[in-house]
Design a protein around this ligand. Structure first.
Ligand SMILES: [Fe+2]
Length: 338
């Protein structure tokens, strides 16, 4: 298979209060609002190469509206669509803001995914947001520790390995690593990628009755120092740091989590390794090996297993997960998201 996808280009999220969320992203995260269209607000990080990387739209609950990947070429977009439809999934074409002709489908675990080739190469040429540096599409945000880029998204699925296999076989994601429970060979977490990053799509086990959920999405800062400055700045803005700063075992990024007003979890991360190996064999971790937190010396919060929209259905055991697994998940749940 030729390489079909190049990288994550934007994430669209829903929130019950669009203005509260947008105000948070602009004034506390340091993003720039670039457009409003059809009740959606388009935002960008100062280093994003395209017009936007985050879209905020209204719904009663926080959720993932869609996650978008740019293909490697126009032909790759058509080939990707052929492969999706050959796998029994049908989506639809639409024209998106500054991404032209795009294809949107709902994957087997209920997640909307958007694929596009066209993308406006964004740059402020003049005015207060223009940068003096040719490589920068926008001057650095004046908000301390503001992220340079969108980084990745982590979603939820009832079968982590099957999710990774489907996206690998159909769209060419490389499966990079997985985490299994201590005593049962059940995957509770996996990471897959379209490029040299350790992951741009994470999958966490979901025992709820709701398909298509998201656990968090992540921004990138260039250095750990910037991440610490962001943490400091968020605290002074009254924003609680849900977990971190610390370091993931898988990926080896420094990271922290916090929440926006909708309760959606945001990760800020930096560092870690690059992996260019085209025939990489995914490693299997156990939670006791520090896949989530290499130091393993901070109490895990049950809140870290909350995903969006909130689960309100049957318990994990009613979803076909045994009582024993559920107990292990309860004990380890904070250690399986990344
Ligand atoms: Fe993450």
């Amino acid at each position: 298979m030729t390489t079909l996808l190049s990288h994550l280009s934007y994430v669209a999220l829903t929130t019950p209060d669009v203005e509260a969320s947008v105000d948070f992203y602009v004034n506390k995260v340091g993003l720039t609002e670039v457009a409003r269209q059809d009740c959606a607000v388009y935002l960008r990080c100062w280093g994003d190469y395209y017009t936007y990387s985050l879209v905020i739209q209204r719904a009663d609950e926080p959720s993932l509206a869609t996650m978008a990947w740019r293909t490697t070429s126009r032909e790759a977009l058509d080939e990707a669509v052929q492969r999706i439809e050959a796998a029994g999934v049908t989506g639809e074409w639409f024209d998106g803001l500054d991404i032209g002709r795009a294809y949107r489908f709902v994957g087997p675990w209920g997640h909307s995914m958007t694929l596009h080739w066209d993308a406006r190469h964004f740059r402020y040429e003049e005015g207060e947001l223009a940068s003096v540096f040719p490589d920068r599409p926008q001057r650095r945000s004046r908000v301390a520790g503001a992220p340079r880029h969108l980084d990745h998204v982590t979603v939820c699925a009832s079968d982590v390995d099957a999710f990774a296999a489907w996206y690998s076989e159909v769209l060419g994601y490389r499966i990079m690593a997985r985490t299994v429970l201590e005593d049962i060979p059940l995957s509770v977490f996996s990471v897959i990628t379209t490029n040299e990053k350790s992951h741009d799509l994470g999958i966490v086990l979901d025992g709820s009755d709701r398909a298509g959920r998201i656990n968090h999405f992540a921004f990138w800062v260039d250095t750990r120092e910037e991440m610490l400055i962001a943490a400091d700045s968020l605290l002074e803005d009254g924003v609680r740091i849900e977990y971190g700063p610390t370091i993931h075992g898988i990926g080896e990024q420094s990271f922290l989590y916090y929440r926006e007003p909708s309760s959606m979890r945001i990760e800020l991360n930096t560092g870690g390794y690059r992996n260019y190996v085209p025939d990489w064999d995914a490693n299997t971790w156990k939670t006791s090996q520090g896949s989530y937190d290499i130091y393993q010396n901070s109490p895990m919060h049950a809140s870290l297993s909350e995903s969006f929209p909130p689960a309100n259905g049957p318990s994990a055991s009613e979803e076909g997960i045994t009582e024993e697994v559920r107990d292990q998940l309860a004990a380890k749940s904070a250690g399986v998201t990344e």
